[in-house]
Design a protein around this ligand. Structure first.
Ligand SMILES: C[S@@+](CC[C@H](N)C(=O)[O-])C[C@H]1O[C@@H](n2cnc3c(N)ncnc32)[C@H](O)[C@@H]1O
Length: 333
């Protein structure tokens, strides 16, 4: 269980800091590189540069996910606003906290109270900046930032402003798709425990669709997705004293239709040995280093997954082309 008692608290934004230490990155990298196939968990893609590049991806023409989810939220903002006003809203993987602004603006337009906001993300600087920007733009907002890994056991800080409030978890961006289905169920169970009986989970889920739409969304013409993935090599060079030559690697995104997921790889262009944290790591020519996957669900598949974690579906909202859905789930009493 995360020990909130030892967290550092920074005024005026309350920041509870559980950013992983360098030793965690080192051991995750060395463990991942010793596997077959080699892999780096997607969590480590989001250093400050990775977070900036991800924000650029969200604005790309090919990346339909962000604009579609925002359009759905816009259309349902008043209805959702009624469910979250005066409660506490915990956003997981909050990133630049753009989507929550749609709901805050709808509440403001109706003269209703904003919920207490908790942003939770692994990318500390980005989290802090995004929460401070929210506080600047919504001065009436009570905001708390938690820098933590949401795949680890979590609990909310024991602060008066969060007590006796209805809790909504917000998990946009189809980020759940980065988890293997069994890990997604475990994560949803953690969320259910955190928001308690009667709590809501508002979650964005990318729907299954043709590979002609999916592959360009994850491998755009400008090469920003490639820069995002390859940035983890730069991070290893900087933080772990590695000596990756980025020119000798390329990026690949492939839709695995059988598993219903996009798979993202860094591919070694030649046979080479790279030093990482003092260890020699050999790559064969064409060998893939697995960085990330993104599962795409049908509504029925997701419904089943959520039910296994103890949630029942309250509302499902989608767009006219059925590209994406936003689902409101409630914890079963
Ligand atoms: C796909 S982005 C989505 C960002 C934003 N919520 C959106 O909808 O555009 C995933 C976000 O989750 C964060 N993240 C990834 N793995 C995480 C983890 N294990 N714990 C906490 N945050 C994580 C990243 O830093 C990033 O901000």
């Amino acid at each position: 269980m995360t020990a909130f008692a030892t967290a550092s608290v920074t005024a005026p934004l309350q920041l509870f800091d559980f950013h992983p230490v360098l030793a965690d990155f080192r051991s995750a990298v060395l463990q991942g590189l010793s596997q077959t196939p080699k892999r780096i968990p997607a969590t480590w893609l989001y250093d400050q540069r990775g977070a900036e590049l991800f924000d650029q991806i969200t604005a790309l023409e090919e990346y339909y996910l962000t604009r579609t989810e925002m359009q759905i939220l816009q259309e349902r903002a008043v209805e959702i606003g009624d469910r979250i006003t005066q409660g506490a809203l915990v956003e997981f993987g909050s990133g630049s906290s753009q989507k929550i602004r749609i709901l805050f603006d709808a509440l403001r337009a109706k003269g209703k109270a904003l919920p207490v906001y908790v942003g939770l993300d692994i990318s500390k600087q980005h989290l802090q900046q995004s929460c401070e920007d929210l506080q600047r733009d919504y001065p009436e907002l009570a905001a708390i930032a938690i820098c933590a890994d949401y795949t680890q056991p979590l609990r909310l800080p024991d602060v008066p402003v969060l007590q006796n409030r209805h809790k909504t978890a917000f998990f946009p961006g189809s980020t759940l798709g980065n988890l293997e289905p069994e890990d997604a169920i475990a994560f949803l169970k953690t969320v259910a425990h955190l928001i308690g009986p009667g709590g809501d989970l508002l979650i964005g889920i990318d729907l299954q669709k043709s590979k002609s739409i999916l592959e360009p969304a994850y491998d755009d013409a400008q090469g920003i997705s490639a820069q995002f993935a390859l940035n983890v090599l730069t991070r290893m060079n900087r933080e772990l004293g590695a000596n990756f030559d980025l020119a000798q690697f390329r990026y690949e995104a492939v839709y695995n239709e059988a598993l219903g997921r996009i798979e993202m790889y860094i591919v070694s262009q030649i046979a080479q040995t790279v030093e990482v944290a003092g260890e020699a790591i050999a790559f064969a020519a064409g060998e893939r280093l697995y960085t990330e996957h993104s599962y795409k669900y049908t509504p029925a598949q997701f419904n089943q997954l959520a039910a296994q974690a103890g949630f029942r579906t309250r509302s499902v909202w989608t767009d006219s082309q059925a590209l994406f859905m936003v689902v409101d789930l409630a914890t079963c009493p």
